[in-house]
Design a protein around this ligand. Structure first.
Ligand code: SAM
Ligand code: SF4
Ligand code: SF4
Length: 369
């Protein structure tokens, strides 16, 4: 895949010209702080979910990144430290499938050792499809991972196999979840389940999924199918609006809405009125939350993306590998964030599909979900 990037020289100029703006909180053009960082550790995956890596495109000839292009664990940790110094408090490891990255627990341990300027540990989490979780849960916990999100689009084995499109059985993911729970990754609601709901594919799994996880201590979140990337053939009529999901749930169990637990939180939280836990909905399509979006994404090969729908990344890897010191890297990052004005989801309805960023934007498996 050919990725468009901002050249190294521009970043160096950025770094130099912004050097005087070090003081005060780092804000973008819409006064949004930098708080969350999603790090993609691989662009490969063992699933072929059609909404993310359709088989026809991501086949054996697909130009995945060569190993030398990937940031090493040391490079990721160094950049993460720079992000933390500039305001990041939460890091999510993602991909592709992050558990495919060899010795991922070593990276988890390195990131878990980072501290904020006032000495606090980070909120460190990881999103996985759960296929390798049963074997990895203990090592991840031992490395210092506190929380985990597992993607699961249905409990019905036939539906699940069809959606992952590699005939992977749902039982193995459920065993992974159980292992994660057992080793203590689920304490205080730390274990979340993400279900992407697609009209005509798995909407009938909404109630069985809710029934299964209600009262388990795990938090199920329903995600609207998004028009990320340029390969999934997204159509609006395949989106099941969150309002409809909530209505479906309320036909069985009374719910009451909860206040957000953190600024910029993507999920709207709801509690079961009978006290048996909570569920969430992520309404990226029908209720855009760009106004509070405080997330940056670091791609597998070290480019910073300011929006899930960006077509262009800012290359920090070249700067890093050309011997830049921490001040130069910090200044480059500050310049990048200060120039940010992205709010794609708020603008989506006004963009023509063939002229908007849809035609060029990068795949979710590359910048991380
Ligand atoms: N492979 C891991 C997984 O599936 O959990 C991590 C990477 S995946 C890209 C991160 C999240 O993005 C998953 O929860 C996945 O369901 C979600 N996702 C991928 N494509 C999506 C789409 N088109 N719309 C909404 N969510 C999507
Ligand atoms: Fe892989 Fe996750 Fe994308 Fe599915 S959603 S193809 S598991 S990266
Ligand atoms: Fe953030 Fe872009 Fe999503 Fe808006 S569309 S919430 S700016 S990632």
């Amino acid at each position: 895949m050919a990725h468009r990037t901002i050249p190294l020289l521009d970043l160096r100029l950025h770094a130099a010209s912004r050097a005087t703006q070090q003081d005060g909180p780092l804000l973008d053009q819409l006064a949004r702080p930098l708080h969350d960082l999603r790090i993609s550790v691989t662009d490969r995956c063992n699933f072929r979910c059609s909404y993310c890596m359709p088989k026809e495109v991501f086949d054996k000839d697909y130009p995945y990144l060569p190993h030398s292009a990937l940031l090493s664990f040391e490079e990721i940790t160094r950049l993460a430290q720079i992000f933390v110094a500039q305001g990041v408090r939460k890091i999510r490891l993602t991909g592709g499938e992050p558990l495919l990255r060899k010795n991922i627990e070593v990276l988890v341990a390195q990131l878990a050792a980072l501290r904020t300027p006032d000495g606090q540990p980070l909120d460190l989490t990881l999103t996985t499809n759960g296929a390798l979780l049963a074997r990895k849960a203990q090592a991840l916990k031992d490395a210092g991972l506190q929380r985990l999100t597992v993607s699961l689009d249905g409990l019905d084995d036939a539906v699940f196999r069809r959606m992952n499109d590699v005939d992977f059985p749902v039982r193995t993911v459920l065993e992974g979840l159980e292992a994660a729970h057992k080793v203590g990754l689920g304490v205080k609601g730390g274990l979340k389940i993400n279900m992407v709901v697609q009209r005509g594919t798995n909407e009938h799994e909404i109630l069985p999924m809710a029934r299964h996880f209600k009262g388990s201590g795990m938090v199920l979140r329903f995600i609207e199918y998004m028009d990320v990337g340029a390969t999934n053939g997204w159509r609006m009529d395949q989106v099941v609006p969150s309002a409809e999901v909530i209505q479906t749930l309320q036909s069985e169990w009374p719910l009451r809405v909860l206040a957000p637990s953190a600024p910029g939180e993507t999920a709207q939280r709801w509690a079961y009125a009978d006290g048996s836990g909570e569920v969430g909905v992520i309404s990226s399509v029908t209720q855009a939350f760009c106004r509070d979006c405080n997330r940056a994404r670091l791609s597998t090969d070290g480019r910073v993306y300011l929006c899930l729908f960006s077509s262009q990344g800012h290359d920090l890897r070249d700067l890093l590998r050309s011997g830049a010191d921490d001040t130069q890297l910090s200044n480059a990052l500050r310049g990048i964030w200060q120039g940010r004005s992205d709010r794609y989801s708020e603008l989506r309805s006004g963009l023509a599909a063939d002229t908007g960023p849809a035609a060029r934007r990068v795949e979710m498996s590359y910048i991380g979900g």
